[in-house]
Ligand binder design. Structure first.
Ligand SMILES: C[S@@+](CC[C@H](N)C(=O)[O-])C[C@H]1O[C@@H](n2cnc3c(N)ncnc32)[C@H](O)[C@@H]1O
Length: 210
């Protein structure tokens, strides 16, 4: 508690907000919130927490959520990799949505890519058994690498299912016809142990689309 007062942010694993009894889900990088807003409206019994680095997007989503009277969507500004282990205890989450994470094309930016084995293991720990990762991207190499990463971390791939809510970007692609690669993964029962892996998330390359 003292650390919270002195430094403003709890250490990972030390103290967590009280989220209540509703099934708790997270969207990482909601952008302008097309998915978050409609998903929260469609599932009023769930609590959706969106974590977004861009302040303007956070404010936009909050304003739209307030206009729509959504009491089950909350938005936090910050880096999801830093916030997740500080906001949620082990097994707290029922679902995590990661849609069109930035590809970070430049070599010097590869270290910013969201999906790597360490991140996948963090999500395995934060998700309850049976919790689901909903992953979508428009970059084929990111998709191939991420699928292997989720599997290597111990997730189980679920059967394909058409999404019932599209993200802001996905709505654009639904009109232009640009392909979207989607997969969902279930968190199996059992302890999560560190694994030795060469999968850094930094090695994949693809053709950059403008
Ligand atoms: C390509 S946009 C996709 C937005 C939205 N998911 C969609 O499909 O329309 C990626 C979003 O992730 C956010 N983002 C990037 N890194 C992040 C991080 N470490 N934590 C939280 N959000 C992040 C960006 O600010 C941006 O809004």
């Amino acid at each position: 508690m003292l650390a919270t007062v002195l430094y403003g942010c709890a250490e990972p694993g030390s103290t967590f907000p009280e989220w209540g009894q509703r099934p708790l889900e997270v969207e990482i990088g909601p952008g302008r919130g097309g998915f978050a807003l409609d998903y929260a409206a469609l599932h009023p019994s769930r609590l959706l927490i969106a974590i977004e680095t861009r302040k303007a997007d956070c404010e936009l989503i909050r304003a739209r959520a307030a206009r729509r009277g959504l009491g089950n969507l909350d938005v936090f500004q910050g880096d999801a990799k830093l916030l997740l282990p500080r906001m949620f205890s082990s097994g707290a989450l029922s679902g995590v949505h990661i849609q069109f994470p930035d590809p970070w094309w430049k070599t010097r930016h590869h270290k910013r890519r969201m999906v790597d084995v360490e991140f996948a293991l963090l999500l395995r720990r934060l998700l309850k058994a049976g919790g689901v990762v909903d992953f979508r991207t428009d970059v084929p190499a990111y998709f191939r690498e991420a699928v292997q990463t989720w599997l290597e971390a111990g997730f189980e791939q679920l059967p394909d299912a058409a999404p019932n809510v599209l993200s802001t970007r996905e709505r654009r692609y639904a009109i232009t016809g640009q392909p979207v690669f989607r997969a969902r993964f279930g968190n199996p029962e059992g302890d999560v142990r560190p694994i030795k892996s060469d999968r850094t998330g930094r090695d994949w390359r693809d053709v950059r689309r403008k």
